[in-house]
Design a protein around this ligand. Structure first.
Ligand SMILES: Nc1ncnc2c1ncn2[C@@H]1O[C@H](COP(=O)(O)OP(=O)(O)OP(=O)(O)O)[C@@H](O)[C@H]1O
Ligand SMILES: [Mg+2]
Length: 292
């Protein structure tokens, strides 16, 4: 009996020590201060007209805190309402870094980013981010029903809105075959879908609720060329928003109104496909390597 009690006491001591360490760690997480702070939580009035760029980068340079190297150097870019912009460049050239500055996932180290003529720092997170439908480079779905996943931007989206987005994103065919369609259970991370299906569903998710700006970060990388082309066609015909297409494939961006070519964080060319082929060696090299 005595021995048993001793074991209980020993176990209690172990549990206490574990709890203490866990509590310390949990408090550290609670005490973390976000590096991006919301300076204004009230909605602001926007007085943009057709001449105001939808998105504007003014002398933007950006480096990650843990990285001395600049990921973007001195970027100047105006994107007008309704335009489709392509951003192309090799791995690590700074494509994702640029688009992360628009919804304020990071703040520019120098210069400023404007949306509808207002510095992004002056918006509340809610107002700024509700303008944007973002398809992240890594396609992740959440555990829950398909419906819950698609209502990420707009919680009360109707079935019609969802099916329109699903149609544009070229997901209609496989969604219709799912058991229970929109009530189909998605596993954590979206593991019960293929890579390409997951990518298309994240595109549908970004389109629900008609965002003013659609950003797709390499969102067609897992799609075959025919589906990629059908997707771009559907977006062109049905989405009236300002669209930013990030890709490593020249084919994906070639019909954009303007293509921005990046190399090591520098813009080495801005223009249409034909112009760039003539005057931008980096673009020509990417294009030739993929077509010849
Ligand atoms: N979280 C981070 N912390 C530190 N450095 C980063 C971070 N994310 C990216 N970088 C660096 O910033 C540079 C640009 O990265 P970015 O992700 O913008 O490239 P990318 O053009 O999107 O590439 P990919 O085509 O592979 O997605 C790279 O040199 C990278 O090492
Ligand atoms: Mg990227």
């Amino acid at each position: 009996m005595l021995f048993r009690s001793l074991v209980t006491v020993a176990n209690m001591i172990i549990a206490l020590i574990k709890a203490q360490t866990c509590a310390k760690r949990i408090n550290e997480v609670f005490d973390t201060k976000p590096s991006i702070v919301e300076t204004n939580s009230a909605p602001i009035e926007i007085t943009a007209d057709a001449q105001t760029p939808k998105i504007e980068f003014q002398n933007v340079s950006f480096a990650y805190d843990n990285n001395a190297k600049y990921a973007i150097k001195n970027l100047n870019l105006k994107i007008m309402p309704g335009e489709t912009i392509g951003i192309i460049g090799g791995t690590g050239s700074g494509k994702s870094s640029i688009i992360n500055l628009i919804p304020r996932f990071y703040d520019a180290s120098q210069g400023a980013v404007f949306v509808d003529g207002v510095n992004v720092n002056n918006y509340s997170f809610h107002q700024l981010r509700s303008k944007i439908g973002l398809v992240p480079q890594k396609a992740v779905l959440f555990k829950g029903t398909l419906k819950e996943n698609l209502r990420w931007r707009k919680q009360d989206a109707s079935l019609e809105e969802m099916s329109k987005a699903v149609k544009i994103s070229q997901s209609e065919e496989f969604v219709n075959e799912l058991d229970g369609k929109y009530d189909y259970k998605v596993q954590a991370g979206g593991k019960n879908f293929s890579g390409g299906q997951r990518q298309r569903l994240t595109i549908a998710r970004a389109l629900v609720g008609d965002p003013e700006i659609v950003i797709m970060d390499d969102s067609a990388s897992a799609l075959d060329f025919a589906t990629d082309a059908a997707l771009r066609k559907a977006i062109k015909e049905n989405v009236k928003s300002t669209v930013i297409l990030v890709s490593q494939r020249a084919g994906t961006v070639r019909n954009a109104d303007k293509i921005v070519v990046l190399e090591n964080g520098n813009v080495v060319g801005i223009g249409k496909h034909k112009e760039l082929l003539e005057c931008c060696p980096v673009y020509k090299e990417i294009y030739d390597s993929q077509t010849k």
